[in-house]
Design a protein around this ligand. Structure first.
Ligand code: AMP
Ligand code: GLY
Length: 423
């Protein structure tokens, strides 16, 4: 099989690494890719926003299957255009990608199909939103409706904070993403991410993970795209996974199909495990980054036929097997991230992979043959262990061997799980 992978982050490096191990693979291309992905794939300088150019390349190279990593091309309808050109594609249609692209869309689906989630209202102007907040009181959550690079959500602990967040959205802080606002009840509990494939009819549960969104140790400071993750998430017991499948995932699949938007791809469900059980915070329609890195480390099965079955409606024919080990990833980011940071800072050394650990590249590039950091999140140091404590020790041992002056990381990734393991 000839495969084209779209994307250039740590998530795509992990996908490329795993796809490259498939005996079914004849050739792997990545657009645009990064220097880590180049170890497993031929990089192609395609403009992914130019769907005609992607299709032309796929035809020229006789690509059998395209795997789309990030959300932006999905929301832009790249999967629809590839499928219309007769090319099998992993990733949802533009219509189904609204599950991530519009928070209001997802909340309305939950209301129609009785999927547990926080009570909410949608607003197109500030005054009624403010009145609703005054009625409901704090804590309360304010969300820009559209894609806002993870920054459109305010968990307001006071009414004043909530009112300020509403004004910020309608004043254009998130551009068109904030033209509509969802105001949602605050859910109290432990968060977990649950990953599940769907081909539009069948669901295949993958695994669970926990992300660390805040930039600083002890979950302090501003939100980021994710500073580290581990899998499995202990709060997601087999009973909780079963409830999530029954109460959240299955009604989503059947509801989307009933509404004429069958979902094909990966559900990345952000869950709050409350006193009542699992409740949906949000859906993403792609693998999490850096959650994907720990999932790929733990997946024993060949990834390629699983993704292909998802794309071609044959998910009932495949299974996914997982290592019992835990996996943990530490994100090395440029100093200053998630604010401003220097670009093109030199990375002197990235340690080799071993049987139990590997460094995935995210925001790196080659400049005059030398490796440099070009992004906010730059390297993902990922390791296995018999438990999270061991995976954490191995990941940090390898992190300390990276030579990059301008890099920093959190030192406490996995702390909740490590505390549980000690108890
Ligand atoms: P999101 O971008 O929707 O994942 O939201 C960012 C973060 O805000 C989530 O990871 C949660 O920690 C928090 N959050 C979102 N919605 C709620 C809610 N209804 N109750 C409590 N926390 C929330
Ligand atoms: N790590 C969170 C995300 O990928 O959205």
């Amino acid at each position: 099989m000839k495969v084209l992978l779209i994307g250039s982050g740590g998530r795509e490096h992990a996908l490329a690494w795993k796809i490259a191990q498939s005996p079914l693979l004849d050739a792997l291309y990545a657009a645009p890719g990064n220097p880590g992905i180049a170890d497993h794939a031929t990089l192609v300088a395609l403009n992914v926003e130019d769907h005609a150019a992607v299709i032309a390349f796929a035809k020229e190279k006789a690509i059998d299957f395209v795997v789309i990593g990030p959300e932006a091309p999905l929301v832009a309808g790249l999967a629809d255009d590839l499928r219309a050109a007769g090319i099998a594609t992993f990733g949802p249609s533009k219509a189904a990608a609204q599950l991530e692209g519009s928070k209001g869309f997802t909340k309305d689906l939950c209301a129609r199909y009785d999927i547990p989630t926080g009570a909410y209202q949608r607003f197109k102007s500030a005054e009624p939103a403010r009145n609703y907040v005054r009625e409901q009181g704090a804590p309360i959550v304010i969300k820009a409706d559209g894609l806002a690079a993870g920054k459109g959500v305010t968990v307001a602990m006071t009414e004043a904070e909530a009112l300020a967040a509403i004004d910020e959205c309608f004043d254009g802080a998130f551009g068109t993403a904030g033209a509509e606002v969802v105001v949602e009840a605050f859910l109290d509990g432990e968060e977990a991410s649950f990953f599940c494939l769907s081909d539009g009819k069948t669901a295949l549960a993958l695994a669970t993970a926990q992300d660390h969104k805040r930039v600083g140790d002890g979950d302090t400071g501003p939100n980021t795209g994710g500073m580290g993750a581990y899998s499995p998430a202990p709060v997601m017991t087999p009973a909780m996974v079963e409830r999530t499948m029954k109460e959240i995932i299955e009604p989503t699949i059947s509801g989307m199909a009933k509404d004429g938007n069958p979902f094909s791809g990966v559900f990345f469900a952000g869950l709050m495990i409350t006193a009542k059980g699992p409740e949906l915070i949000e859906y993403n329609v792609r693998f999490g980054d850096p959650e994907c890195q720990v999932l790929m480390m733990r997946l024993k099965s060949d990834l390629l036929p699983i993704l292909y079955a998802t794309a071609t409606g044959t998910l009932d024919k495949v299974q996914a097997e997982w290592r019992d080990d835990a996996a943990l990833t530490v994100v090395l980011a440029s100093k200053g991230y998630p604010g401003a940071y220097d670009k093109n800072t030199p990375i002197a050394h990235v340690p080799e992979a071993s049987a139990e650990a590997k460094v995935f590249h995210a925001g790196t590039a080659l400049k005059d043959g030398k490796l440099v950091a070009t992004g906010g999140r730059v390297l993902n140091v990922t390791a296995f262990g018999k438990d999270v404590t061991e995976a954490q020790a191995r990941a940090y041992a390898l992190t300390d061997r990276v030579e990059w002056e301008n890099g920093f990381c959190r030192r406490d990734i996995g702390w909740q799980a490590v505390a549980r393991e000690k108890a």
